[in-house]
Design a protein around this ligand. Sequence first.
Ligand SMILES: Cc1cc2nc3c(=O)[nH]c(=O)nc-3n(C[C@H](O)[C@H](O)[C@H](O)COP(=O)(O)OP(=O)(O)OC[C@H]3O[C@@H](n4cnc5c(N)ncnc54)[C@H](O)[C@@H]3O)c2cc1C
Length: 274
Amino acid sequence: MKLSAYRITANKLRTTRIMDVKTENSNVKTFTFKDKECAKAMPGQFLMLWIPGVDEIPLSILDVEEDGIVSIVVKKVGEATEALHKMRVGETVGVRGPFGNSFTLNKGKVLLVGGGTGITPLLFLTKKYASKPAKLVFVIGAKTREELLFVDELEKLGEGNLIVTTEDGSYGIKCLATMPVEALLTKERFDMVYTCGPERMMLEVLNLAEKHGIVLEASLERLMKCAIGLCGSCVIGKYRVCIDGPVFTASQLEEVKAEFGVSKRDFNGAKIPI
Ligand SMILES: Cc1cc2nc3c(=O)[nH]c(=O)nc-3n(C[C@H](O)[C@H](O)[C@H](O)COP(=O)(O)OP(=O)(O)OC[C@H]3O[C@@H](n4cnc5c(N)ncnc54)[C@H](O)[C@@H]3O)c2cc1C
């Protein structure tokens, strides 16, 4: 299919009904619905979810199934996400997408570093790796035990392949997620690093990967409205995160280092610190 035709299909708003809602913790829920277009998504891609009467927001895709079932993980942070958290099975939402690029699959030894809901596209990626000859090590970090997501799911990676950190020490190692990353990269040779989460964490992971000469891909978040590269809300340097990303390589991040982990645009287009 030609790219233009693909975009027109993906960008058409479809309505669908919420099929399942799972509470992950007091601020995070997983929602499941049917959408044939988004079910074609690859790890790293996102969708725009319209919450009727409230807003339309970008969300990473957690998983897709062959029968068109799609799931997303949503943290309650403001008006739209709070309204979505109040919605129940059977209620209608709108969907556009999937949008953006996706992570590149590699061979060998792979390190994944996720913070908060940033773990979502990385978890999807681990499923794609299931059929690849690769060894996966996953580092997840959160402020507290309550905020840790999908630990049970990730434990399936096997003993020693999941490292959990919390800032308050309520679970796993008491430190930032970047601490074990530094130790791992110093001790072992990895072929690829993927990261998604708070931007300062990703900047630190980028610096560590570059220090050890390892290929990196990071998934970025910016304010997004159109999702098709027209409005410019998500601009970082010469890139528009919605169509040039959200996944960026280390060399692309080097080009935008004046803004990566430093600033982003607010709803008025003004640059604000991260
Ligand atoms: C590519 C991408 C993937 C994302 N994936 C997830 C995910 O898997 N799970 C998840 O919980 N959140 C995800 N987000 C963030 C999510 O879009 C925002 O939390 C949501 O838009 C907030 O809306 P609100 O009305 O509840 O909050 P608001 O009251 O509008 O704002 C609260 C905070 O969210 C930020 N925000 C608001 N609107 C947007 C927007 N349109 N784009 C980006 N940030 C915004 C604001 O800067 C502010 O810090 C993703 C964002 C992007 C760009």
